[in-house]
Structure formats: C-alpha cells, structure tokens
Design a binder for this molecule. Structure first.
Ligand SMILES: [Zn+2]
Length: 500
C-alpha cells in the first residue's frame, strides 16, 4: 500500500480512544483482587460476576486515580459527577450493562503536548471517565472465527478502567504514535496504570478520516479496532488513510463503519456499519449515588502528583545540560529515568574522581540512549531484567573519565558487564585492559612501529596526513587498543618530527 506523503492533497484526521486498567489493588465496585495472571475465575464475587441483587460500592482509590489522571492530562475535574449504565448484550458482560459514565465524565478538556520531527503540537483531551472492565473471553482455537468454543474469565470483570478520549487533532500516524507514547509515559509516571499493551491493560481505538487539505469539514470517520501495539497503531492508520484516499480519488465514498485491524495481513477489514451500531440506552446507575468531588481533595491529589515526564526532561536538560532529545527519551520511560537518576547518584557518591558534575550525567545519558538501549533491544529484555545496575554503569564511566581505559575499550567492557553483571573494574583487570598512558612505554612502542613501517612514514613526509591514521592503527593493534589515543598521537607526531 502506498504511503501517504506531505505532497498529497488529502490530509488524515485522527482521534484516539484509550482504555487503561487502573493499578488499584481491588476492583472498582467490589473488594476482589486485580492480580494479572491469577488462576481463571479465582478473583470473583457476586458483584463482579453480575449476580442479580448484588450491590456495587465505589472504590475511592479508583476515583482518586481517575482524578489524578485527569489532572496530569491538564483536565478540569467535575464538581458533580455520576455513573450511568451502558446497556448491551455480550457474553463478557454478565449483568447486561456496563457501569460507565455518559454525560458527566470525572475529567474534561485537557491536553497533551507532543513533538514530531522537532515540531511541537498540542493534542486536546476531551474527557477522562471511569468505568468497569468486562470479563475476558478466551477463544479455544486460533481466532474467534475458527474457535468452536469460548471460555469466560471473570478475574478481569470489574477492574477499574479509565477511558481517555482525544479530539480529532492528529494529522498523521506519527502524531498518533507520539500521542500514545506520551500518554502512556504520563499514566505510568503517576502510577495509575502499568499500561502494558501486551497484557491488555492499555488498549486503543483510532477514529480515522480524510479530507482535502485546508478543508474545515471532517470526512466520514472509520473506527479501527483490534490494535494491539504502538507499531500496529502506526501501520493501521497508514493503511486506513491510504485506503480512504484511494477510495475518494477513484470517485468512491467512505462509509461510516467499524473496521478490524489484521496485523498479520497488514490490512483493515469491514466489521460492522453505522446502521448496525448499538444504541446503548444510557441511563443513570440507580445503585450508585451521584458524586460530589470536593476542591480540597482535588488540590490534595494535585499537590501529590510526582514530576511528570515533560518537567523531568526539562530538568535534565537544565541541570545536566543533556541534549533535549536524550532528555526526552530518558524522561519518557520511568525505568530509564530512575536508572539514570541511580547512575547520577552513584557518580556523586563515588566522589569527584575525574567525573565532573555534568560530564558524568551527560555520559550516562549517552550510554543509556546508545549502547544500553541497543543491548536491550538486541536481547529483547527490559532494563530491570538485565544484570546492569546503575552502580556498574557509573563505575564504567569513572574508568573512562580517569583515563584507566579508553572509550573504545569501554564499549567492549560494557558488553561483558551487560552479559555477566561483573564489575567493570574486575573485567578490566582480568582482561588486562588498563590503558597505557605512560609516555616512556608509549614512546618505545611508537618507535618500533615507525621502524617497521618505512612506507607509510615516507608517505607522511610526502604530505599524506592519512598515513598518521595508519600508524596509530598499528600502535593500537600492537597494544590491543590499550594505548591512550591522545598521548599516542602526541608522541607519534613528536617522534616523526624528530626524523623530518
Ligand atoms: Zn468481585
């Protein structure tokens, strides 16, 4: 499928709905546990099984988390709110209705700032509301079509869920991905959800339409479902927008429908039309009292918010002089950020042994964004699962800063530390990698190399500056990379000058 480019006369309009499971210990309307991966149907009671006559009781913490999310997304918090019943029939919903919020969400009218290709943009957040999870259907077979039976797990039923709805402010698949990445980093930072798409604790749907560039009116929107990763969101929006543009260009019309993303085929497929969409017959939930949210409580929650990713990135740039892109990348991941803080602490504790207050953190950031991220990607594990500890990276940075090893040797030491969890100092000692900086020792090696390479030496005297690189390479080869590069260069030039 052709990629839609800037040159096209059509633009893509995207709005996103995200569902995030709240990280509360118990469910939203009963006291059942919410542990992921527990034995099916072991965390249930009459309320979350939807038994007739069982009455819900609101989990105060779930409401607090919803308010916290609303505040972190720059929303206004409702003074009065209520729950509503969303009525529909599906096997994962035993009561025949979902307790949700209709016209008065807990939080409304906020925003998230994103950046794509260096362009900042504000995406409006229309609402954040609280509702309950449904049970989980497990299809016995490869997929829902070929399955000959389906099983129900009610452990998920009744877990608190927040729905976050954006305005249709995104204009590309890249912006949609940036929005989701930022949203996830905020929700994780404030601790309201672990946002694991692979475990289903964060799910998203995209509303995609296209229109002529410059037009004020929106095109007919198509809802995309079954998007299971950020990569899938990106691919699904690219596919769907190209499909719609081709359709309109060839004289067709986009119809209002819901489409299913097929990740294996890389296509969207028709699911149901607008005419088949359910009327949910929302009405106020009679078993739960309307809520009044006191401003004192909102202020208290607001003052308890931790540092958010944007603020953290700005602080890293200000305090340590990190490049903005490194700062943003590290601050966006709670794991990377706390590791980075750990390295900075360890560097500070180790004393000023040749590590400057900002040089150390800047080096730490370079390692994290570079070699550490690459090693994690290659091994497919998270930082917390790796053997690398902040103290180990700090020690490695100290070894380079104090001139004990070169930057190049440090990369090889890092590989071993990452794989084994050994102390960098021990690796350097065991493998005899200590850098040679002693002038006398280096001069002897330099002289040997000069005598053994008369050709390149005369090339150098003939004005070929590149011959120096070759000679340095020979010295590095002789010392297995341990020669101090600056000293080697200096001594080599000195020795050559003597022979000119
Ligand atoms: Zn329960």
């Amino acid at each position: 499928m052709r990629k839609v480019t800037e040159r096209d006369d059509y633009e893509v309009v995207v709005g996103i709905e995200v569902h995030a499971e709240l990280a509360t210990e118990s469910k939203v309307f009963c006291g059942c546990k919410t542990d992921f991966g527990a034995r099916p149907n072991s965390q249930t009671c009459p309320v979350c099984l939807g038994m007739p006559g069982a009455l819900p009781v609101l989990n105060r913490r779930a409401l607090e988390y919803t308010i916290r999310a609303g505040l972190a997304l720059n929303c206004s918090i409702a003074v009065r709110t209520k729950f509503d019943r969303k009525n529909y029939f599906y096997p994962d919903l035993a009561k025949g209705y979902q307790v949700s919020q209709y016209d008065i969400p807990v939080a409304h009218d906020g925003y998230i700032d994103i950046e794509v290709d260096g362009q900042p943009k504000r995406i409006r957040v229309r609402r954040v509301h609280l509702e309950e999870e449904t049970a989980k259907l497990v299809h016995a077979g490869d997929d829902i079509i070929s399955a000959n039976q389906s099983l129900l797990d009610f452990n998920r039923s009744g877990i608190g869920l927040i729905e976050i709805v954006s305005d249709a402010d995104m204009r590309s698949a890249d912006e949609a991905r940036a929005y989701l990445t930022k949203l996830r980093s905020i929700l994780v930072a404030i601790g309201v959800s672990d946002c694991k798409m692979e475990e289903g604790s964060m799910r998203c749907e995209a509303n995609v339409s296209v229109r002529l560039r410059g037009s004020k009116e929106y095109g007919t929107l198509v809802e995309l479902k079954n998007i299971a990763s950020f990569r899938a969101v990106h691919r699904a929006i690219q596919y769907e927008s190209a499909r719609q543009i081709d359709l309109v260009r060839s004289g067709g019309r986009v119809t209002r429908e819901t489409r299913h993303w097929d990740d294996a085929r890389g296509e969207t497929a028709f699911m149901r039309s607008k005419e088949q969409a359910a009327d949910y017959r929302y009405f106020p939930e009679p078993d739960l009292m309307p809520l009044e949210i006191s401003r004192e409580w909102v202020d208290e929650i607001k003052s308890g918010l931790p540092e958010l990713p944007d603020a953290r990135a700005a602080r890293y740039a200000r305090e340590f002089g990190l490049p903005a892109s490194d700062a943003a990348l590290i601050a966006e991941s709670r794991e990377l950020a706390s590791f980075f803080d750990g390295v900075c602490d360890a560097l500070a504790k180790a004393g000023a042994e040749a590590v400057d207050r900002t040089d150390g953190p800047r080096e730490a950031a370079k390692w994290l964004v570079g070699d550490v991220s690459a090693a994690l990607n290659a091994s497919g594990i998270e930082l917390s699962q790796s053997k690398l500890a902040p103290e180990l990276l700090a020690e490695l940075i100290g070894l380079v800063a104090s001139g004990k090893i070169s930057g190049k040797i440090a990369k090889s030491v890092f590989e071993e530390v990452f794989a084994s969890g050994k102390r960098p100092g021990d690796v350097v000692r065991e493998r005899g990698l200590v850098q040679i900086s002693d002038a006398g020792q280096l001069a002897a090696i330099v002289q040997r190399v000069i005598e053994a390479n008369p050709g390149p030496v005369s090339d150098y005297f003939a004005g070929k500056e590149k011959a120096i690189t070759f000679l340095v390479g020979q010295i590095m080869k002789e010392t297995r990379g341990r020669a101090n590069p600056q000293e080697t260069n200096r001594i080599l030039r000195e020795e050559l000058a003597k022979r000119a």
